[in-house]
Design a protein around this ligand. Sequence first.
Ligand code: NAI
Length: 697
Amino acid sequence: MSASYEVHGNVAVITLNNPPVNGLGFETRKGVTDGIERANADAGVQAIVITGAGKAFSGGADIREFGKPAALAAPNLGDVIRTVEQSDKPVVAAIHTVCMGGGLELSLGCHYRVTAPGAQIALPEVKLGLLPGAGGTQRLPRVLGLETAMNIIVSGEPVKSELLASLPGQKLFDKVIEGNLLEGAIAFAKEVADKRPLPKVRDLKVSHPNPEAYVQFVRNTVGAMSKNFPAPLKCVETVAASLTKKFDDGITFERELFVNLMLTPESKALRHAFFGERAASKIPDVPEDTPVRKIEKVAVIGAGTMGGGISMNFLNAGIPVTILEMKQEALDRGIATIRKNYEGQVKKGKLKQDKYEQRMSLLSTTLQYGDLKDADLIIEAVFEELGVKESVFKALDEVAKPGAILASNTSTLDVNKIASFTKRPQDVVGMHFFSPANVMKLLEVVRGEKTAKDVLATVMQLGKKIKKTAVVSGVCDGFIGNRMIEQYSRQAGFLLEEGCTPEQVDKAVEKFGFAMGPFRMGDLAGNDIGWAIRKRRYQEKPNMRYSKTADLLCEMGRYGQKTQAGWYDYQAGKRDAIPSAAVVEMIEKHRKDLGITPRKISDEEIVQRLVFSLVNEGAKILDEGIASKASDIDMVYLTGYGFPLWRGGPMCYADQVGLWNVLQTMKRFQKNPHDDASFWEPAPLLKKLVEEGRSLT
Ligand code: NAI
């Protein structure tokens, strides 16, 4: 039973009980309607309280039911709210901790609402590309006024109950109850038991001194801020309808817009990302109850770009970190960078001075491996050379305590080989952070052949603790993200050879929605990094064709922003990319050397070639089991590579375009004499899915 029923004196108490957040699944919904009917039929009951067990009033819809028939089974949430509202006996919502989405809508159907202070109140549907679909857009403005309701619904952000209760004229809460909420709610229910008529939110009127001007102002601002997302503007329209439409018409309008949004590709993408995030932490052969190892002390080897950022993640989470380097100067430089980073946050008001000091006090440094003997997790972030990694892992094997997890932040090297440098390969795992490591959400967890299941479970849990999106990848060159980006970069190079400028390519993919095009990205990361990787990679794969333009660029000393010259020119201290005549000249000369007559390439072709190169490699990665599900690949691209969120990631996007269409386009590209025909050989999985009429996600 997902809602319990008890009678306290003459007050019936219905307690939502569907852990973890009392989601309004079928059983819970039915529990509420049954409870209301039972209370109304019981002559001994004069009032009803609805509350939630455990750590929530209700978090809203039960996401486990999404897309399943149970989600729609009667009574649906609208039916439940109607039953509550039409109860002959007063119903009091006793709100605490979390009251969101459908939970808040349910409480708005109650005749009264009392709340504990500190409850998080929100209608977060907009974050899934939707709007509140069970009356929230019509009832919330009636209790909070147009402007406050608009802010809550359009932003989806939670607001504390005591703050809302303190607003002048608010009718959301009838009382804030300090102390025992249930006792307070029952006492309140007794007080109002005989009052008639029963107050109903639907009977209230919404007013505003200057509604048209206000709504137009909101339309303009929200429209400008939510360019690629239709839901926020639809939220504005439905909330505005609470002013002009009768309640029932407003509800019909809300339903109509809700259903329309549900079908938009943007909402599908946002929901895909929402579930993808949750699914990423589930590893098919690692049960959820796998015991985890305790991580109370972390060590990081290398205080360079990555080591510093990685350390900050743990300091932020209150976990002590020891950094080891080869020389004191390197340590000093690394620590200074960490300090500078934190001080920047303090200056911007994002971090309190005492928090900063507290974090720094958790940080220690050493030049001696012996000092790492107590560490539960050691993350290596030294130079990307197998020989250096070998010496580090051999040293770690000597000193690390039994059961310590030994992780490498390598972005391209073979984690199995790294594990073999130790006598404990089961304890070795890849933890591939992205730069800047204290900011970027993605953490690729690289599972070696011998990595123990509890090591994986521990690292995935730790990922959550340091607020990362952790995605498991098998071992291959580049893992999920960089292996795919290699193909994307190769295509970007071919596009230059065939007639594009770096600017044209960047603009086309930025218009598609990428945070940054491949060339601006290269300039930011440093073109020399890719250069070094190519030197190794294409020695190993001599038949893999790629454009030499990027090598020629590096030979010109144009490493990117750090040398104030890369694919673009840069002015000192500025990040604006200025097209470079020297680069265009280099590309043109190279084209001539190859005997290519340039042609005009459309933005559409640019986007298709770059994005479908990700899709094809992604399909191979999935087929090989490097990624265990398509949504994992999408999470990597959404959180680590600036893929537009409203398109859901490359695999979700390919499904939306239609795999048949993707395949046809790839076949067309195969005929291009200047492209690499083998490049566009469709991944077997893509062909199979098209034949079977199936999709990737
Ligand atoms: P970096 O050159 O900024 O830092 C490396 C640090 O390691 C230097 O401070 C160096 O003194 C230290 N070091 C070298 N050998 C050592 C040893 N034997 N013992 C102790 N310390 C040693 O390099 P970065 O960029 O931080 O890269 C480190 C690792 O992270 C590499 O494996 C790289 O592939 C990987 N990585 C880099 C990313 C990036 O964007 N920079 C992104 C993701 C991974």
